[in-house]
Design a binder for this molecule. Structure first.
Ligand code: HXC
Length: 527
């Protein structure tokens, strides 16, 4: 054997020195010009990121001594240790996770054969030990010099993410470029986190768009963190900086089990027993005018432990709120209409946002609480032609296949398809509650009289007065929670200030819930 310097290694002392030399080569990288350039780009190094993510001193690195075996394009003379990715495991809040961090300073963090082997080995380790994977992405994707071999490894990695889906939580942080087909590996994971001004994801970059399509768009507009969080919904959180991104990932992990055979961690909880000021304020929350909005966050924070919600997709489809919180120390997922944004209507984006979140909760044994104030599905040519039928159906499908404990509270409107889809009893939700202000009907009064009494109104001496009379008659008869309660479609009508206690009690009663389904390979959710 020869040393990295080409000298013979024969004695025990030589061998120990050689290991020391390789370790020094690794350590020297932390103080190299390449790392300084990374810092100048406003980015942390791969090792600094791992340090921020994991509990201090908990990281065990795997395959630090791996080098590529490529010969072409001058690669034989440049065989850096680690091959552009750092992999290993450590703990977050004392629970083990696997982590990989592309090292942009080494071959652009690109994936060749050796890098790919490290990634697959890490994924297999995570799958066999049942621990979450956090990916810190910052690289050029498939290594160009290694051609189809690089593509093969990238695609195999995608396959591992698919195998791991619903088995272990997978979180992707995009902390630099993520371009071409490489975008699809984070896209396959449960959560994508990006940093404002630092992260970019696109299938085809601005240069190609300019040349081939004549489209002039910069990286930020095309696939920056803001675009991916607000327009496309490809990312679930836009962090202010890398520390914020990593904190968010750590918080997500705190709500999730390590794998689908475990339950989420339970925290001590010391919540006040009787109605609090926040509980009582709910009795005054719903405006008398049905068209006046109110902030559903006030309901959510009154119900969750310490009023704390970790929102997922907070900048996307804001007409629906999704996020994690705790009730009596147990994780819950919250899905809630937001009347302050487009009256809380369900559109394509809201349906996809909520169904994805619901499926994530269901995969990992997180019970779901739904707060509904939903006027229905958004009408319009744009929505119809972009597939609101097929894409709205995802939400219905997701509620119908959910098996975790579920509780729905109707605070105000629950009309038509919105009622049926957004956690109604008929989708299989376990406990359905309604406030006295709930209006559960096929549609609101205005629309109903138009459909039912168009001719009668037109023939009236005073059409406006007749319309108002008919509308009142309809609303008095149908726009309340009691028609549904009489049929058992809602289990109880509760005072708003009783919501926190009622939801907690429902979830407590559902902790031992078990369901069984007919065997099948898998369902066929509309996509
Ligand atoms: C090899 C690469 C590389 C790659 C970047 N580098 N991408 N080396 N293979 N794919 C190298 C550069 O040569 C450079 O090396 C260093 O990394 C930094 O790159 P720069 O271009 O100087 O940095 P920057 O201007 O910040 O641009 C970063 C970038 C750009 C946006 C990532 O490099 C780029 O567009 N790269 C190609 C991206 C791409 O299309 N990849 C293929 C994706 S397809 P030096 O030595 O000069 O420092 C794919 C298939 C997946 O991944 C299949 C999944 C199913």
């Amino acid at each position: 054997m020869t040393s990295t310097k080409g000298e013979p290694v024969r004695t025990t002392a030589d061998r120990l020195t050689e290991l020391q030399r390789r370790r020094e080569e690794l350590a020297a990288h932390a103080d190299s010009d390449a790392i300084r350039r990374q810092h100048e780009r406003g980015k942390l190094s791969a090792r600094e990121r791992i340090e921020l993510l994991l509990d201090p001193g908990s990281f065990t690195e795997l395959d630090a001594l791996v080098r590529h075996r490529s010969q072409e394009f001058g690669m034989a003379d440049h065989r850096p240790l680690g091959d552009g990715v750092i992999t290993g495991h450590g703990t977050v809040d004392g629970r083990r996770i696997c982590v990989f961090a592309h090292d942009f300073t080494v071959l652009g963090g690109s994936m060749g054969e050796a890098h790919g082997e490290k990634m697959l080995k890490l994924m297999d380790f995570a799958l066999s030990t049942g621990c979450p994977v956090v990916g810190l992405n910052d690289g050029g994707g498939a290594r160009i010099q290694e051609g189809v071999t690089a593509l093969a490894y990238y695609t195999q990695l995608a396959g591992r993410h698919v195998q791991a889906s619903g088995v272990i939580p997978q979180i992707s942080l995009v902390l630099g470029p993520c371009a071409g087909g490489a975008v699809y590996t984070p896209a396959l994971t449960d959560f994508v986190i990006m940093v404002d001004g630092l992260s970019h994801m696109f299938v085809t970059g601005p240069d190609v768009l300019r040349t081939v399509l004549g489209q002039d768009v910069n990286r930020e507009e095309l696939g920056g963190a803001r675009a991916q969080n607000t327009i496309t919904g490809n990312a679930h959180y836009m962090a202010q900086d890398e520390k914020d991104a990593i904190d968010y990932a750590r918080q997500l992990l705190s709500f999730l089990p390590s794998n689908n055979l475990e339950d989420p961690p339970v925290f001590d909880s010391d919540q006040p027993a009787g109605p609090t000021e926040a509980d009582l304020a709910l009795d005054r929350l719903i405006p008398d005018n049905p068209n006046q909005p109110y902030d559903m966050h006030r309901v959510i924070s009154a119900v969750l432990d310490d009023g704390e919600l970790l929102e997922v997709h907070p900048l996307f489809a804001q007409n629906i709120i999704c996020g994690f919180g705790r009730i009596e120390g147990h994780s819950v997922g919250v899905i809630a209409s937001q009347p302050t944004v487009n009256a809380g209507v369900l559109d394509i984006n809201a349906s996809e946002k909520a169904s994805r979140f619901l499926r994530t909760c269901d995969s990992f044994h997180v019970p779901v609480v739904t707060f509904a104030d939903v006027p229905g599905f958004l009408p319009g040519l744009d929505q119809e032609h972009h597939g609101i039928i097929r894409r709205g159906a995802k939400l219905l499908y997701s509620y119908c296949e959910t098996t975790v404990p579920t509780v729905t509270v109707v605070t105000r409107k629950a009309y038509g398809g919105g009622y049926g889809v957004l956690g109604s009893k008929h989708t299989g939700v376990d406990v359905n509650l309604a406030w006295p202000t709930a209006e559960i009907a096929v549609m609101g009064g205005e629309s109903a009289v138009t459909v039912l009494h168009r001719r009668q109104i037109a023939a009236a001496d005073d059409p406006q007065a007749e319309r108002a009379r008919l509308r009142r008659e309809y609303e008095d008869a149908l726009c309340n929670p009691y028609v549904a309660a009489e049929r058992g479609y809602v289990d109880a009508v509760i005072m708003p200030h009783e919501t926190r206690e009622s939801v907690a009690r429902a979830l407590r009663s559902l902790r031992g819930k078990r369901t069984s389904r007919l065997p099948r390979k898998h369902g066929n959710i509309p996509l």
